[in-house]
Design a protein around this ligand. Structure first.
Ligand code: NAP
Length: 314
């Protein structure tokens, strides 16, 4: 089988930690070229703009967009119009209409658009989804708290318009919630905390309501100095499930219940993501699920803006 030649846009943290090693290890793909304004990847062609890469390497089959979200639309649009398949990092775009446009462009060009939610591939998400099947959720709480200085040093784009602030990690929690909940969920209220020197929020408190009326609250903090938490707790009539540590631990009523065949390891999310990308290309299909993005957009629409002290990021 001919390998799918990949052009990777944005050589930052996630490209170096996941995309590059996973693409190199996957027999269906070949890492052919990359685009970065400053970085270089050894052993492949390096370009400073996507346009020059597309001109110089017309043999590239697919473009992986791993730059900040405000740049996703322009890159994905160019790639689709050049007839390439596209793997789109989360959050998918800066606005909902951009994502609709890309979905339509992929359909018109008959190319695969894989709009990814990487944390849905975390080891225990499938376990939680399975446990919740047929159960009615009566309440829940999400705690998503991390220190941006530890996990995203120097990523100034997070604090500019279109950078999502605390929703850069927080949208991952929403992507899991919308995958595992057996029913639809709406945003009822939200409070967003905007530091005076940032265009995006550093923290948020959210009240979700499920279709059948259960309340699910969420506490998000991107400047957490204490314990870091990435936990989702949902209560059903006969028990309480907990997905903890970015969906690496699954427990029911305090008892750990990781299924033995769940994947694990450092590439537990990105290796299956690339398997899925290869499968979608082979089938001539796209995969787009705007539900998490729509809920985050609703949080921005409905949320009360609360002023917070300036962030000291150094
Ligand atoms: P990052 O470390 O800041 O890297 C992004 C890269 O994009 C930079 O190295 C930069 O390279 C390039 N870039 C192009 N246009 C840019 C612009 N206008 N402003 C800033 N950088 C620009 O970010 P990242 O953590 O890899 O995140 C990239 C995407 O992956 C985001 O959508 C993020 O949400 C997602 N993601 C991140 C993680 C994570 O753990 N970090 C996990 C999953 C998904 P040049 O300056 O050399 O062009």
């Amino acid at each position: 089988m001919t390998k799918i030649r990949i052009g990777l846009v944005g050589i930052g943290k996630i490209a170096r930690e996941q995309h590059i090693p996973v693409v190199i290890a996957d027999p269906d793909f070949e890492l052919t070229a990359c685009v970065s304004r400053s970085a270089k990847v050894d052993g492949i062609d390096n370009f400073t703009t996507l346009e020059t890469m597309l001109d110089a390497r017309p043999d590239i089959d697919a473009v992986v967009v791993a730059s900040p979200p405000a740049t996703h639309f322009a890159a994905a649009r160019l790639a689709l119009e050049a007839g390439k398949h596209v793997f789109l990092e989360k959050p998918p775009c800066a606005t909902m209409a951009e994502l609709d446009w890309l979905e339509d462009a992929a359909r018109r060009k008959r190319r695969t658009l894989f709009q990814t939610w990487h944390l849905r591939y975390a080891p225990r998400v499938a376990d939680a989804e399975e446990w919740l099947k047929g159960r009615k959720v009566v309440g829940g709480h999400i705690v998503w708290k991390e220190d941006v200085r530890r996990f995203h040093p120097g990523q100034d784009w997070i604090w500019r318009s279109g950078g999502f602030g605390v929703f850069d990690p927080g949208i991952n929690a929403v992507s899991i919630l919308t995958r595992i909940l057996p029913e639809a969920v709406l945003v009822e209220a939200a409070e967003l905390f905007f530091p005076s020197n940032c265009q995006t929020p550093v923290a948020a408190d959210i009240a979700f309501r499920t279709e059948s009326g259960a309340g699910i609250t969420a506490a998000l903090d991107f400047f957490c100095q204490g314990e870091q938490s990435w936990d989702i707790e949902l209560t059903a009539a006969d028990g309480k499930m907990r997905l903890a540590d970015s969906a690496r631990v699954f427990a029911v009523d305090g008892e750990r219940r990781n299924l033995p065949d769940s994947p694990d390891g450092v590439y537990a999310e990105y290796a299956p993501l690339y398997r899925r990308f290869s499968e979608l290309i082979a089938r001539g299909e796209s995969e787009v699920d705007a539900a998490p993005f729509r809920l985050v957009a609703d949080i921005f629409l409905i949320g009360k803006h609360i002023s917070a002290p300036p962030l000291n990021l150094v």
